[in-house]
Write a new protein. Structure first.
Length: 405
């Protein structure tokens, strides 16, 4: 519950009653009329609609809808307008000033009042000389000679509340950027589960460890999933590629969020991460991973390049093996052919060099060399064949003679 402060005006001869004296706590005189000795006061009550919120006398009671009390004003018995606290500094020398008492503030009430002419027109100046409507007082608060009020947005827990029918929140109406950051940080320290706190929740050093300990906080759930996705494709903490939150969840601090004191920079390791993905055998495994999307990789095309390169390398290796096998087979065949030819040449050609002659010598019985043994054996075989031929001739001749007889 708060108090609001406002000037009040009256027009013409408007009044609630005539009396010899306006002598109760809720009534003031606005004039004293009549003949001497029979003059009467024109009395106005603090809750009367004869009091107006417009300087031109338009509208109705500035505090309509609320409990109300006079701050001061009215006319004294001599026909002079009375002074009261803050009359010139806070209430523009209005004939009356009112206090709207016990006003209950809520975001829904402020949204309703944001389009209400009474709440946007009635008001007072604060002690700094700035005019504040009743609505402004409910939002920002006010300090006058008559009292002080803290506005709805002074409560840090209301920072994210919508307070205007145009969608404005206590946060969005803050003009100073430094104050926005400090107020956002204060709010998120008290309300870390607000979705708008996700950037602050993942900001600063040690954010990975904090998120592992508080994975249900807005922002942290995305970080934990991003880490798991990185590990699926082989990028782990040992690589040092995680960098900052934007590397793990691109754009995590974009959109309608409270900004941290120090802005989260764009991913500085983007190129390194993308290059590591391109080195994977299964590039398409990263296609569904949010953290890989900032690489702008055509996963299907890059996978085809990878597969084609693997097939080409496999074919080249197979050809190398086949060529090596053929070369080895040819070399073995040549070796065999050369050995066979050398053996034939050795038989057909007698030794001519001392080494070749020495190679034919042996320790056969009688000191006979292998060449000699071969020659002797040949002569012996020839003689046997000749004798066998002679015997055949004799036998044939003898048979022929017997047939003649």
């Amino acid at each position: 519950m708060v108090d609001l402060f406002t000037a009040a005006y009256i027009k013409g001869e408007d009044r609630d009653r005539d009396a010899s004296n306006c002598d109760d706590d809720h009534t003031l005189s606005r004039a004293r009329k009549g003949r001497s000795g029979s003059r009467r006061h024109w009395c106005v009550r603090d809750n009367s609609d004869n009091l107006k919120y417009r300087e031109d006398g338009g509208g109705h009671n500035p505090c309509r809808g609320f409990d109300v009390r006079f701050i001061g004003g009215g006319m004294d018995g001599n026909g002079n307008w009375r002074d009261y606290p803050g009359k010139s500094n806070n209430y523009k020398n209005a004939p009356f000033a009112l206090k709207c008492q016990g006003v209950y503030l809520s975001d829904s009430a402020l949204r309703s009042w944001s389009g209400n002419d009474q709440m946007l027109t009635a008001g007072a100046k604060d002690n700094n000389g700035r005019w504040k409507s009743l609505y402004d007082q409910t939002v920002y608060g006010i300090q006058t000679a008559s009292g002080r009020t803290n506005g709805y947005c002074a409560d840090i827990n209301n920072l994210n509340k919508v307070i205007h029918n145009n969608g404005s929140t206590c946060f969005s109406i803050i003009q100073d950027e430094a104050k926005k950051k400090s107020e956002g940080l204060r709010y998120c320290q008290n309300n870390p589960r607000d979705p708008k706190c996700k950037c602050i929740n993942v900001s600063g050093s040690g954010f990975i460890a904090r998120c592992k300990s508080n994975s249900s906080l807005p922002g942290c759930g995305e970080i934990i999933k991003g880490l798991a996705d990185f590990q699926k494709i082989g990028v782990d903490t040992a690589t040092g590629l995680y960098g900052n939150p934007d590397c793990i969840v691109p754009g995590i601090c974009s959109g309608d969020v409270f900004p941290p004191l120090s802005p989260v920079p764009p991913c500085g390791n983007k190129i390194a991460i993308c290059n590591q993905i391109l080195k994977m055998d299964n590039i398409t495994a990263a296609a569904g991973i949010n953290s890989a999307q900032h690489c702008n990789i055509n996963f299907a095309a890059e996978q085809k390049k990878k597969d084609d390169a693997a097939k080409a390398a496999q074919a080249a290796e197979q050809k190398r093996k086949d060529d090596a096998a053929k070369a080895a087979q040819a070399a073995e065949q040549k070796r065999k052919d050369d050995a066979a030819k050398a053996a034939q040449d050795a038989i057909a050609k007698p030794p001519t060099t001392p080494s070749q002659v020495a190679a034919t010598k042996s320790n056969l019985p009688g000191g006979i060399s292998r060449v000699q043994a071969a020659v002797g054996g040949g002569i012996f075989s020839f003689i046997i064949l000749c004798i066998f031929a002679i015997i055949l001739i004799v036998v044939a001749t003898s048979g022929s003679k017997r047939r003649r007889r």
